[in-house]
Design a protein around this ligand. Structure first.
Ligand SMILES: [Cu+2]
Length: 129
């Protein structure tokens, strides 16, 4: 019976951490970050190559808003983790204004294509090895 007592606060902490974390919780992020700029011309670089656990930081350098999200518009469910607002967890959940950024840690290996949800013709892919 006594064994239950110390584990309860632990479970509570784990649940709390899962709720407050902005990025994927499927592993420990490596801490390595790759920046992808968003402008009226699209994403740059379009196809960053990273390792599982690395983070991509999408930075809006445009006067117009941009919303990075997993392909394929409009289902947005190619990246195989649930969450986010319009499909998968790989989702900024809003149009980012100039100077705003969105960070996402990729734990699933593969080539994950994405687009600007506010302008779906702007595309890219993140290659996770
Ligand atoms: Cu979209």
């Amino acid at each position: 019976m006594n064994k239950l007592v110390p584990t309860l606060p632990l479970i509570f902490l784990v649940v709390l951490a899962g709720c407050t974390s902005k990025s994927s919780t499927s592993g420990t992020p490596t801490g390595k970050e790759y920046q992808v700029d968003m402008t009226s011309a699209g994403f740059s670089p379009k196809q960053p190559s990273i390792k599982a656990g690395d983070t991509v930081v999408f930075v809006n350098k445009d006067a117009s808003s941009h919303w990075p999200a997993s392909d394929i518009h409009p289902a947005h469910n190619v990246y195989p983790e649930k969450g986010g607002c319009i499909g998968s967890k790989f989702d900024a959940c809003k149009g980012l204004k100039q100077g705003e950024n969105y960070s996402f840690a990729f734990f699933q290996k593969g080539s994950w294509c994405y687009h600007d949800h506010l302008n779906p013709n702007l595309k890219g892919c993140v290659d996770v090895q």
